[in-house]
Design a protein around this ligand. Structure first.
Ligand SMILES: [Fe+2]
Length: 247
């Protein structure tokens, strides 16, 4: 310890380097098919920003929610190809893969059974639950996904208020083989103090497998960029995250 170590510890910290993640999982970049990007121009602006932040690939995940966002596998692939062509035309080099964020309701069991899913990285499936009501058959869904050969990933686990102030369910799901995805912006306070608290708790106990932007619009990336010097991001990046394994 040098004599300036005290001063050093109080200096403004360098921002974390998101290029270490390489891959972003969870975003809404396909134009006009959910509550994310509103136009191809918006999509390209977000992609450019992802590239500037150091990402080399995005796995974008439009909502599939019965009766709300009735996106089909074929429709998502068509939009993905349009976005790839438009990105290439303006010289963006970032790789674009598309999957979905499947909302967990009774219809998801049927999808798993019939194989009507668009996995990424061979067999990975991102799913989300209700923000307000704890799902009653979560373990059944996980069992169905795993026994059908899928790797389940639960989206923004820190945002489910019914699991707050405990890590019991996070431990349980990981025991079952689920990977836990955390939204980067939960650490910025973007979703409120309770979500931030839960995110920090999950990080502290090493219960985060994947960090994702859940980017719906470019402001989400601006907010993230502003907070990259925060200690919370340093802690996140110290975890053995799986992002770069995804491509
Ligand atoms: Fe999302």
């Amino acid at each position: 310890m040098g004599i300036f170590s005290f001063l050093k510890s109080n200096r403004h910290q360098e921002p974390v380097d998101l290029s270490e993640l390489q891959v972003d999982l969870h975003s809404h970049l396909l134009p006009g098919i959910d509550d994310g990007s509103k136009s191809m121009d918006h999509s390209l602006g977000m992609l450019r920003k992802f590239q500037e932040l150091g990402y080399r690939k995005v796995i974008t995940t439009p909502h599939v929610m019965n009766g709300v966002y009735n996106n089909t596998t074929a429709g998502i692939i068509t939009k993905r190809d349009e976005l790839r062509d438009a990105a290439k035309a303006i010289g963006l080099t970032i790789e674009i893969e598309a999957s979905a964020e499947y909302y967990f309701d009774e219809t998801l069991f049927e999808r798993v059974k019939s194989g009507d899913l668009l996995p990424f990285h061979t067999n990975c499936i991102l799913f989300e639950c209700s923000f307000r009501n704890e799902p009653t058959q979560l373990e059944d869904l996980v069992f169905d996904l795993i026994s059908s050969g899928y790797q389940p990933i639960i989206a923004h686990f820190e945002r489910y208020i019914y699991f707050h102030d405990s890590t019991k369910m996070a431990h349980r799901l990981r025991e079952l083989g689920v990977w836990i995805q955390l939204n980067n912006n939960s650490l910025t306070g973007h979703y409120g103090p309770e979500v931030k608290k839960q995110a920090l708790l999950l990080i502290k106990e090493g219960l985060v497998d994947i960090a994702g932007t859940d980017c719906h619009r470019i402001e989400h990336l601006h907010i993230l960029e502003k907070h990259l010097s925060d200690e919370a991001f340093r802690q996140l990046m110290r975890l053995p995250l799986r992002n770069k394994e995804l491509g």
